[in-house]
Design a protein around this ligand. Structure first.
Ligand SMILES: NC(=O)c1ccc[n+]([C@@H]2O[C@H](COP(=O)([O-])OP(=O)(O)OC[C@H]3O[C@@H](n4cnc5c(N)ncnc54)[C@H](OP(=O)(O)O)[C@@H]3O)[C@@H](O)[C@H]2O)c1
Length: 291
């Protein structure tokens, strides 16, 4: 049996759907029923149920967006930096291997050689390095807390999207925002992300950190071109002049825009679709939100 933390969230629901489809028995722990953020509660549950694996899809993301993390700093720090460490210790004591959903937003830009950041590159959008958002700083601290922990995967998710219209889906966001910021990014198709991360456990690939993104990088303009070509949305898309205008008019905290290198996970034999192809496929099979 698998334990799932944060299964009611946007990413967690995709794990629930995957595990249900694969007929893998799992238990979705919700704080309202069993407060797994209390180490004593989590330890007792692990001792009682002895899950074979645990997936942590819990964290504080800020609603309606990451700007809210600048206001709710203690929730953000606890959910993203402290909680992973508590889970790591509880899992280590109970002998339960586990995986943590982290984020690629701890990087900004590309490497000096123009390539995407690998798992070996030190994050550069953190409290230690430069002017990051509070959310990114906390996600980076969460990874620092997990460094060297045994039997743990750290899976970096980056700007999730899929074919289901949803306010949390990147493609929906682009279609609904009044103006867009041009940037090149790595993205993660959400269904492929959950399948690839669970495959890490199924195939018993070595524990450690993995950039779980669709190979390649894509610009906002390229995504918009694919949206328009698909016919899913025919509106006129408008862009901010540059990041300065975006910061002045639409955001309270800087956003991470970055390219990640996903060859480490590919080397394990787990493959995700090239990013332009994945976006085109999501739009081709687009499922509008039920009103
Ligand atoms: N969505 C993204 O764009 C994105 C991108 C990269 C990485 N991530 C990471 O992926 C993980 C899941 O994100 P998500 O988008 O699925 O988030 P979400 O929809 O907000 O769900 C997160 C879940 O975490 C649990 N949780 C535990 N402590 C919490 C706290 N202090 N505040 C709020 N929720 C808390 C809640 O479940 P219960 O109350 O039911 O236990 C909640 O449903 C997070 O670690 C996030 O940083 C997300």
């Amino acid at each position: 049996m698998i334990y799932l933390l944060g299964g009611s969230g946007y990413v967690g629901q995709a794990y629930q759907a995957l595990l249900t489809r694969k007929r893998v028995p799992f238990r979705n722990l919700r704080r309202a029923e069993a407060d797994y953020t209390d180490p004593a509660v989590l330890r007792a549950a692990l001792q009682r149920d002895r899950p074979e694996f645990l997936i942590n899809a819990a964290g504080y993301t800020g609603k309606p967006n990451v700007d809210a993390c600048e206001l709710h700093k203690s929730d953000c720090l606890f959910g993203n930096a402290v909680l992973p460490g508590l889970i790591a210790d509880a899992c280590a004591d109970a002998g339960v291997p586990w995986g943590h959903v982290s984020s690629g937003c701890i990087y900004n830009g590309v490497r000096p050689d123009g390539r995407g950041f690998t798992e070996e590159d030190t994050p550069n959008f953190t409290f230690r390095t430069n002017h990051c958002s509070f959310y990114s700083g906390c996600k980076a601290l969460g990874e620092e807390v997990l460094a060297g922990k045994p039997q743990a995967y750290v899976w970096r998710l980056r700007i999730p999207f899929d074919n289901a219209e949803n306010p949390r889906n990147y493609l929906t966001k682009l279609m609904r925002y009044s103006r867009l910021l041009e940037a090149a990014n790595a993205l993660s198709e959400l269904q492929e992300f959950v399948a690839a991360t669970f495959a890490c456990w199924e195939k018993r690939v070595p524990f450690g950190t993995y950039n779980v993104t669709n190979p390649g990088a894509i610009t906002t303009h390229e995504v918009v071109d694919l949206i328009r070509a698909s016919g899913v949305c025919r509106k006129e898309f408008n862009f901010f002049r540059d990041e300065d205008e975006f910061m002045q008019k639409a955001a309270k905290t800087p956003r991470s825009n970055c390219v990640l290198d996903s060859t480490k996970i590919a080397r394990t034999g787990i493959h995700l679709t090239e990013v332009h192809e994945a976006v085109a496929l999501a739009l081709k099979t687009w499922v509008p939100e039920k009103k």
